[in-house]
Design a protein around this ligand. Sequence first.
Ligand code: C2E
Ligand code: CA
Ligand code: CA
Ligand code: CA
Length: 279
Amino acid sequence: SKENNKNGYSFYQFSMGDETERNILLVNDLRKAVLKNELFLLYQPQYHMLGKHIDGVEALVRWNHPKYGVISPLEFISLAEKYNIIDELGEWVLKTACIQFNQWKKDGLILDNIAVNLSKKQLLNPNLIVRIRDILKETHFNPAHLTLEITESATVENVAEITEVLHKIRDMGITIAIDDFGIEYSSLSYLKLLPIDYIKIDRAFINEMEQNAKSEGIVKLIIEFANQLNLDVIAEGVETKYQADMLKQFECEKLQGYYISPPIKSSELKEFVFDKVKI
Ligand code: C2E
Ligand code: CA
Ligand code: CA
Ligand code: CA
């Protein structure tokens, strides 16, 4: 900030160094975090508009670091990608999500779907397809209940390669969603080339719906556009009744966001699904 200008330089350098040191520590610890059982998943409910019920969840990873406490994936996923820990981490997430989903079913909590995030780096790993197949087999998981979320930015480079991988994933019976749609590239034409099922509208657009008529217009357009391509839409980051009402009017298939529920623990989900949601 401006106030820091006079003596801000050394402070800036100090905090940069500090940050790097923390990152080095985190990377070392992250390599062991899976084995030490420090990762855990939260699950954010997704509301199905026509069915008027929670029909699925998105699994979101957290790291309970022994020294720093719970760390956000925004901090450690990029480190995991950079230092080649992402494949192992991603496999742990997928396997844990599949096991949890099966357990819910045994407990009488029947959901249609669980969504798991895949990073771009994972998509480019030639072993990915075999690993997914192995995990589904090991956990006796029906791929019809699995969605893999891929960020829009991951699909923009290496289009041919990514398209091939997505075809293989889809051939297994897995659903594919494009995450964070609309922010960076907004290139609508390439979408029709990709083998996908869902678009997740980035929460930046949802967030601005009330204050900004243009953003609301964009949301409406994306939904209409998706309909024409036979894709379904999830709105993420839905926080207000206004947003939920408008999205209903626009015939958006699913809602995800704090208005429905924040990400919650597995143990909280059962209670939640049956009691809370009314739109
Ligand atoms: P994402 O996939 O876009 O996930 C949605 C993020 O938005 C989550 O943050 C969620 O907690 C947050 N969120 C949900 N509803 C609302 C809302 O109404 N308002 C606001 N302001 N935020 C909301 P989270 O859990 O911190 O995850 C951040 C990102 O980290 C995820 O963004 C995803 O890209 C990545 N991530 C999380 N888990 C995994 C994972 O297992 N593997 C990979 N590769 N990436 C992951
Ligand atoms: Ca996601
Ligand atoms: Ca997203
Ligand atoms: Ca539709």
